[in-house]
Write a protein that binds this ligand. Structure first.
Ligand code: ADP
Ligand code: MG
Length: 253
């Protein structure tokens, strides 16, 4: 079975600064990958390249058997045509640190907008699914509210419901709890833990090491635009091989 998503020898620069310096990562169906590492190491850029918010300079990117970008001459990434990219965009969900909800849309509309407008699915079916997700995310009673009437934790759970409403094959989370107080963090982590228990394929950038240890099948430590070390959570977090991983873990604990 091909990887759900795979990025190969990825390179990305902003001006003179090379932020991704040859990253390869494959995510298998049902796998939960936690990405950890110091600020500025390229974690968000990696997620933005994997979710087509940024284009790679060099390297390849595939979703299942679909090549979104392939290395051309000298490794320079050559991207597929617009319709291929558009379909690829329907295969993943993305949850940001700052929720990125539509501020003027109700909770319900935030969840159903893309499935109806972008995926052109049947409104009644999408709304039925949205009610299920609202219930499941502990948001019952919030469906007619707008984001500013909700706590940060509730907003993040709307963002997760919105991602799930697209029926993605994989969800990317970029520090989903970094903007939240501890008591609100717990509710969001509980939701992600529940998805992991249902074998949702996920890539989670996180500073929550206990959470990573608990839910991740694999931990990837990134620093300076490269993957320094990766392996089972227990190995990377409790028994790191690389000095840079040890130094990072010692600093945050
Ligand atoms: P992380 O998420 O690990 O903290 P980022 O991917 O956000 O790391 O950033 C890696 C480096 O790339 C940083 O030095 C950051 O300043 C730089 N960077 C990220 N996005 C941009 C951008 N759009 N333009 C210029 N520099 C950027
Ligand atoms: Mg980041």
């Amino acid at each position: 079975m091909p990887a759900v998503v795979s990025i190969k020898s990825a390179r990305k620069s902003f001006g003179a600064v090379e932020v991704l310096r040859g990253i390869s990562l494959e995510v298998a169906c049902g796998e939960v990958v936690a990405v950890i590492g110091p600020s500025g190491g390229g974690k968000s850029t990696l997620l933005r390249c994997m979710t087509l918010l940024e284009t790679l300079d060099a390297g390849g990117l595939s979703y299942g058997e679909v090549d979104v970008a392939v290395p051309g001459e000298g490794g320079t990434s050559v991207y597929a045509k617009g319709d291929v990219l558009k379909r690829a965009r329907g295969r993943f969900g993305l949850v940001f640190q700052n929720y990125n909800l539509f501020p003027h849309f109700t909770v319900m509309r935030n969840i159903v907008d893309a499935p109806i407008r972008v995926q052109r699915r049947d409104r009644a079916e999408v709304e039925r699914r949205a009610w299920e997700l609202i219930e499941r995310m502990g948001l019952a009673g919030c469906e007619d509210k707008v984001p500013c009437q909700l706590s940060g934790g509730q907003q993040q759970r709307v963002a997760i419901a919105r991602a799930l409403a697209m029926d993605p094959e994989v969800i990317f989370f970029d520090e989903p709890t970094s903007a939240l107080d501890p008591e609100l963090t717990a509710g969001v982590l509980r939701v992600i833990r529940g998805l992991a228990a249902e074998d949702m394929t996920m890539v989670v950038v996180t500073h929550e090491m206990d959470f990573a240890r608990e839910v991740a099948d694999r931990v990837v430590f990134m620093d300076g635009g490269v993957i320094v070390e990766e392996g089972p959570a227990e190995q990377v977090l409790d028994n790191p091989r690389e000095g840079r991983t040890r130094a990072f873990l010692a600093r945050i604990e």
